[in-house]
Design a protein around this ligand. Structure first.
Ligand code: TXA
Ligand code: MG
Length: 321
């Protein structure tokens, strides 16, 4: 059973404890309710994707307490900083290249080299971020494909049985998601219209917002290349060949690989949530260790398996450079 707790003192403390321990909690923001995880813990972020039931990994917004915290995660250009100073805390999300030493994990960024940051205006959201002491990765707290929740009861309708706690902080004032502006290319791009108008942003910027390419509109998270390993991937392998590295699942390929093969297991116990948490770091580690060709074990499509397979298929597709 999900518990609804007022978004004040003890409730916020409890929520922060759950999140620091790797759990997920729904909380109010001024736009819509968010489903939050400690953005630095891939396992916790995997739980968010699992609860929402998305068949692919979408990059999540990292909610931070102030501009300084945002700048520890994202390289904000002078223009981006001008917007941050003009609006935050506000329903405005800025997408920018990741900063060196950023703490938001790769799964929360869905493998992108950019990160979305936002300082929310809801006092309870800010109090929660401070109590957790880390950025909170949070998409809207609805099942994938349903409308975003603006009350705690909407969250319960969607996520009862999937999360243990929702902080109740009244009806979300905006009822519309944050406006997303990307600073990843020379000119600022409006990735998603939202609670702050284009006109207000353009006025603060003293510049026009460009429109994303049509492909970006279909999938805002796809504006930049996701991480793909340098190595080529051979999916659904039933055995590894001589010279291939192995990305295993549940120990399937261990007995069917040449002795001494470079091998990492996404989840020795066969837990798709654990596998999702390890996906990007394992691919990166195999790259780092010089893998040229990687045999990937079949990943069962249950739970996050579908999203993992989607990501692996993209990584296996030859890239145009
Ligand atoms: O108002 C809001 O923004 C709410 C509250 C909870 O803060 N959050 C929200 O999150 O709407 P979500 O996950 O439903 O939408 C986030 C959007 C997605 O469309 C995602 O593709 C985009 O942000 N996004 C996140 N990181 C990105 C990145 N690095 N590059 C491009 N788009 C990104
Ligand atoms: Mg959403």
């Amino acid at each position: 059973m999900i518990r609804i707790v007022p978004a004040r003192g003890a409730g916020i403390e409890r929520a922060a404890e759950i999140m620091r321990a790797g759990g997920i909690v729904a909380f109010p923001t001024e736009t819509v309710y968010g489903l939050g995880a400690d953005a630095t813990q891939p396992k916790a972020v995997a739980r968010v994707f699992e609860a929402k039931g998305r068949p692919s990994f979408n990059p999540l917004i990292a909610h931070v307490e102030d501009i300084e915290a945002a700048m520890r995660e994202a390289l904000l250009s002078p223009q981006a900083r001008r917007l941050a100073e003009a609006f935050w805390p506000a329903p405005l999300t800025l997408v920018a290249p990741i900063a060196p030493g950023a703490t938001v994990c790769e799964l929360a960024r869905a493998g992108l080299q950019s990160v979305a940051v936002r300082v929310p205006a809801h006092p309870a959201a800010l109090a929660l971020i401070r109590a957790v002491g880390r950025p909170i990765a949070a998409p809207s707290a609805n099942i994938s494909g349903r409308v975003s929740p603006v009350t705690a009861l909407h969250v319960v309708d969607d996520l009862n049985g999937k999360i243990e706690l929702v902080l109740e902080g009244g009806r979300a004032a905006a009822g519309l998601e944050s406006t997303i502006v990307s600073f990843c290319s020379p000119a600022p791009v409006l990735l998603r219209p939202g609670a702050i108008s284009r006109a207000d942003i353009e006025q603060a910027l003293g510049d026009f917002l460009r429109s994303p390419l049509s492909a970006d509109v279909l999938a805002p998270g796809m504006t930049q290349a996701h991480y793909a390993p340098k190595a080529t991937l051979r999916l659904d392998a039933l055995e590894a060949e001589e010279g291939e590295a192995v990305l295993d699942y549940n120990g399937r390929l261990a007995r069917f690989s040449p002795p001494g093969a470079l091998m990492l297991d996404l989840s020795p116990s066969g837990d798709p949530t654990e596998a999702a948490a390890n996906l990007f770091s394992h691919l990166r580690e195999l790259d780092r260790r010089g893998a040229k060709n990687i045999a990937v074990a079949p990943i069962p499509p249950r739970g996050l398996g579908e999203a993992i397979n989607d990501r692996l298929r993209r990584a296996a597709t030859p890239r145009r450079s």
